[in-house]
Design a protein around this ligand. Structure first.
Ligand code: SAH
Length: 257
């Protein structure tokens, strides 16, 4: 099986090692058919089809060893649900033969909250291995033994790590060179410099009695920049005092929005 390059329902596809230089994500999941999903469409999908990045979704169940191909068992100490077995998951990780330079992530509500800064780091690297949990989660010993970095996409609980992995990969892929139309469009959007983005407008000039703010159609680039910066700051102060505080502590650039 080759690298994914079309809307096929392949359970897993290989060959990315031949193109080790392109950014690639290796996903370990019980539901490989979820991938590429939305990543096969729009900007990410076009970039995937043209080989700007690669995706490999590997079925954890392929590493099950017993007759029933079981991947989970009841929690030690009791309690509801099932836990992904350490031996099966470790075998799946080992079978993926990940280069040691690649980050090994576990999507997990207990993880460090994902930030745009971490996304930038991940996008600049070779691309991660991403383990998707299911059920009640994953046996702690495989997290420790394979030094998985737990990453959360927010303070809520999903039923599996796949949607979290899609979110993480999507955020990385749009930063890869050549994926977004204009390279700069990543530079002054939300979270760069701990600021939320200013409000955007486009035609028509008048919508239900609401005009586009005059400054934006004035052609005065300096005033536009100042207005956008003030709006971004006001929004950030009002909605995200946590970001605003971080920004006061670490004033990074003077060229933000
Ligand atoms: N019992 C666990 C939740 C398991 S949810 C707990 O209370 O911590 C099942 C799987 O969904 C997890 O193993 C993880 O891979 C994924 N998941 C759920 N919520 C997530 C979140 N906010 N961020 C990232 N992954 C999440």
């Amino acid at each position: 099986m080759g690298r994914f390059d079309g809307p096929v329902r392949t359970r897993h596809w290989e060959g990315v090692t031949a193109k080790a230089t392109i950014w690639h994500a290796t996903v370990l999941t019980l539901f490989p058919e979820i991938f590429p999903g939305p990543l096969g469409l729009s900007l990410a999908g076009r970039a995937l089809a043209s080989g700007l990045w690669a995706l490999e979704a590997r079925d954890i169940r392929d590493s099950a060893t017993d007759r029933h191909r079981s991947v989970d068992d009841t929690p030690a100490g009791g309690g509801p649900g099932m836990v992904l077995r350490a031996d099966v998951l470790a075998a799946a990780i080992d079978a993926a033969e990940i280069d040691p330079s690649r980050p090994r992530l576990l999507m997990s509500p207990r993880g460090r909250p994902l930030t745009q800064a971490r996304i930038v780091e991940l996008a600049e690297g070779p691309g991660p291995l991403i383990v998707c949990g299911r059920f009640e989660g994953v046996d702690q010993r495989v997290i420790d033994a394979r030094t998985l970095e737990e990453i959360s996409i927010g303070d809520y609980v999903l039923s599996g790590g796949e949607i979290a992995a899609l979110a993480l990969i999507d955020a990385c892929v749009r930063l890869l060179p050549g994926v977004m139309g204009k390279q700069e469009s990543g530079a002054d959007e939300s979270f760069s410099d701990n600021l939320l983005e200013y409000p955007q407008y486009t035609r028509p000039q008048l919508f239900e009695g609401r005009p586009i703010p005059d400054i934006l159609t004035s052609g005065d680039h300096a005033r536009v920049a100042a207005w956008r910066r003030a709006e971004a700051e006001a929004l950030t102060k009002a909605r995200r005092p946590d970001l605003w505080q971080a920004r006061q502590k670490a004033p990074k650039s003077t060229t933000g929005p």
